[in-house]
Design a protein around this ligand. Structure first.
Ligand code: PNS
Length: 157
Protein backbone atom coordinates (compact mmCIF):
# COMPACT_ATOMS: atom_id res chain seq x y z
CA UNK A 1 0.00 0.00 0.00
CA UNK A 2 1.33 3.44 -0.87
CA UNK A 3 2.37 5.66 2.00
CA UNK A 4 0.00 8.46 2.94
CA UNK A 5 1.87 11.74 2.80
CA UNK A 6 0.60 15.06 4.16
CA UNK A 7 2.14 18.47 3.85
CA UNK A 8 1.99 20.92 6.74
CA UNK A 9 2.53 24.35 5.17
CA UNK A 10 3.09 27.63 6.97
CA UNK A 11 5.34 30.58 7.58
CA UNK A 12 6.76 29.10 10.81
CA UNK A 13 8.30 32.41 11.87
CA UNK A 14 9.04 30.81 14.26
CA UNK A 15 7.82 27.23 14.63
CA UNK A 16 6.12 27.01 18.06
CA UNK A 17 4.80 24.47 20.54
CA UNK A 18 1.44 24.85 18.80
CA UNK A 19 2.92 23.70 15.49
CA UNK A 20 4.71 20.88 17.31
CA UNK A 21 1.40 19.59 18.73
CA UNK A 22 -0.13 19.61 15.25
CA UNK A 23 2.79 17.69 13.76
CA UNK A 24 2.38 15.02 16.48
CA UNK A 25 -1.28 14.61 15.64
CA UNK A 26 -0.56 14.53 11.91
CA UNK A 27 1.85 11.62 12.44
CA UNK A 28 -1.01 9.66 14.00
CA UNK A 29 -3.03 10.07 10.81
CA UNK A 30 -0.41 9.92 8.06
CA UNK A 31 2.74 7.92 7.35
CA UNK A 32 4.85 10.94 6.56
CA UNK A 33 4.61 14.70 6.94
CA UNK A 34 6.50 17.25 4.90
CA UNK A 35 6.68 20.54 6.77
CA UNK A 36 6.70 23.19 4.05
CA UNK A 37 8.01 26.64 4.78
CA UNK A 38 6.31 29.00 2.34
CA UNK A 39 8.93 31.38 1.03
CA UNK A 40 7.02 34.60 0.54
CA UNK A 41 9.76 37.04 -0.39
CA UNK A 42 7.39 40.03 -0.05
CA UNK A 43 7.09 39.33 3.69
CA UNK A 44 10.29 40.03 5.65
CA UNK A 45 10.25 37.89 8.75
CA UNK A 46 11.94 37.67 12.11
CA UNK A 47 13.91 34.56 11.18
CA UNK A 48 15.43 33.98 7.78
CA UNK A 49 13.86 31.13 5.87
CA UNK A 50 17.12 29.18 6.27
CA UNK A 51 17.00 29.57 10.05
CA UNK A 52 13.33 28.59 10.20
CA UNK A 53 14.27 25.41 8.38
CA UNK A 54 17.28 24.76 10.63
CA UNK A 55 15.17 25.19 13.77
CA UNK A 56 12.59 22.64 12.61
CA UNK A 57 15.27 20.23 11.37
CA UNK A 58 17.07 20.44 14.72
CA UNK A 59 13.81 19.61 16.48
CA UNK A 60 13.04 16.56 14.35
CA UNK A 61 16.56 15.30 13.68
CA UNK A 62 15.66 11.78 14.92
CA UNK A 63 12.24 11.56 13.31
CA UNK A 64 12.48 9.73 9.98
CA UNK A 65 8.82 10.39 9.08
CA UNK A 66 9.27 14.16 9.00
CA UNK A 67 10.91 16.20 6.27
CA UNK A 68 11.36 19.96 6.21
CA UNK A 69 11.38 21.85 2.92
CA UNK A 70 11.20 25.43 1.73
CA UNK A 71 8.89 26.12 -1.20
CA UNK A 72 7.84 29.09 -3.24
CA UNK A 73 4.68 29.27 -5.27
CA UNK A 74 1.33 27.74 -4.55
CA UNK A 75 0.86 25.38 -1.63
CA UNK A 76 -1.30 23.04 -3.72
CA UNK A 77 1.46 22.74 -6.32
CA UNK A 78 3.94 21.96 -3.55
CA UNK A 79 1.60 19.28 -2.17
CA UNK A 80 1.32 17.72 -5.61
CA UNK A 81 5.10 17.77 -6.13
CA UNK A 82 5.55 15.98 -2.79
CA UNK A 83 3.02 13.29 -3.71
CA UNK A 84 0.81 14.36 -0.81
CA UNK A 85 -2.87 13.51 -0.52
CA UNK A 86 -3.56 16.12 2.16
CA UNK A 87 -2.77 19.64 3.32
CA UNK A 88 -2.79 20.01 7.11
CA UNK A 89 -3.83 23.28 8.72
CA UNK A 90 -4.29 24.06 12.38
CA UNK A 91 -7.31 26.00 13.57
CA UNK A 92 -7.49 27.72 16.94
CA UNK A 93 -10.58 29.91 16.68
CA UNK A 94 -13.16 31.37 14.33
CA UNK A 95 -10.75 33.98 13.02
CA UNK A 96 -8.49 31.19 11.81
CA UNK A 97 -11.51 29.39 10.42
CA UNK A 98 -12.55 32.19 8.08
CA UNK A 99 -9.06 32.46 6.64
CA UNK A 100 -8.71 28.70 6.28
CA UNK A 101 -12.08 28.37 4.60
CA UNK A 102 -11.05 30.80 1.87
CA UNK A 103 -7.68 29.19 1.38
CA UNK A 104 -9.17 25.70 1.24
CA UNK A 105 -11.63 26.83 -1.43
CA UNK A 106 -8.82 28.09 -3.67
CA UNK A 107 -6.66 25.03 -3.07
CA UNK A 108 -9.59 22.75 -3.76
CA UNK A 109 -10.37 24.46 -7.05
CA UNK A 110 -6.79 24.09 -8.22
CA UNK A 111 -6.21 20.56 -6.85
CA UNK A 112 -9.56 18.87 -6.12
CA UNK A 113 -7.88 15.55 -5.30
CA UNK A 114 -5.79 17.02 -2.47
CA UNK A 115 -7.82 17.24 0.73
CA UNK A 116 -7.34 20.02 3.26
CA UNK A 117 -7.49 18.54 6.76
CA UNK A 118 -8.05 21.06 9.53
CA UNK A 119 -6.91 20.01 12.98
CA UNK A 120 -7.90 21.81 16.14
CA UNK A 121 -4.79 23.06 17.86
CA UNK A 122 -4.89 21.27 21.25
CA UNK A 123 -6.27 23.52 24.01
CA UNK A 124 -3.10 23.77 26.15
CA UNK A 125 -1.26 25.42 23.25
CA UNK A 126 -4.15 27.01 21.36
CA UNK A 127 -3.26 30.50 22.60
CA UNK A 128 0.19 30.36 21.01
CA UNK A 129 0.94 32.10 17.74
CA UNK A 130 4.14 32.99 15.95
CA UNK A 131 3.06 36.63 15.89
CA UNK A 132 2.74 36.65 19.70
CA UNK A 133 6.21 35.16 19.99
CA UNK A 134 7.60 37.87 17.70
CA UNK A 135 5.84 40.59 19.68
CA UNK A 136 7.12 39.38 23.06
CA UNK A 137 10.64 39.02 21.68
CA UNK A 138 10.50 42.57 20.36
CA UNK A 139 10.09 43.72 23.96
CA UNK A 140 13.05 41.66 25.09
CA UNK A 141 11.12 39.12 27.12
CA UNK A 142 11.84 35.36 27.08
CA UNK A 143 9.67 33.15 24.86
CA UNK A 144 10.80 29.69 25.99
CA UNK A 145 7.32 28.68 27.13
CA UNK A 146 6.04 29.15 23.58
CA UNK A 147 8.84 27.20 21.95
CA UNK A 148 9.34 23.43 21.70
CA UNK A 149 11.51 22.01 24.49
CA UNK A 150 15.21 22.03 23.58
CA UNK A 151 14.75 24.92 21.14
CA UNK A 152 16.29 28.20 22.16
CA UNK A 153 15.25 30.98 19.81
CA UNK A 154 18.52 32.86 20.30
CA UNK A 155 20.28 30.18 18.22
CA UNK A 156 18.18 31.10 15.21
CA UNK A 157 17.86 34.88 15.29
O1 PNS B 1 1.45 30.09 8.70
P1 PNS B 1 0.70 30.92 7.69
O2 PNS B 1 1.34 32.29 7.57
O3 PNS B 1 -0.75 30.97 7.97
O4 PNS B 1 0.93 30.18 6.28
C1 PNS B 1 0.36 30.70 5.14
C2 PNS B 1 0.72 29.89 3.87
C3 PNS B 1 2.22 29.95 3.56
C4 PNS B 1 0.33 28.45 4.04
C5 PNS B 1 -0.13 30.55 2.76
O5 PNS B 1 0.15 31.90 2.68
C6 PNS B 1 0.07 29.92 1.39
O6 PNS B 1 -0.40 28.83 1.15
N1 PNS B 1 0.83 30.63 0.52
C7 PNS B 1 1.14 30.17 -0.81
C8 PNS B 1 0.15 30.71 -1.85
C9 PNS B 1 -1.08 29.85 -1.89
O7 PNS B 1 -1.02 28.68 -2.25
N2 PNS B 1 -2.24 30.41 -1.47
C10 PNS B 1 -3.47 29.68 -1.31
C11 PNS B 1 -4.21 29.45 -2.58
S1 PNS B 1 -4.53 30.91 -3.54
Amino acid sequence: MSKKIAIFPGSFDPFTRGHEALVSETLRLFDKVVIGIGNNSAKAGLLTVENRQRLIEDLYRDESRIEVKVYSGLTGDFARAEGACAIIRGVRNTTDFEYERTMEAANHRLHPDIITVMLFTPAPVADISSSTVREILAYGRPVDEFMPDKISIKNYL
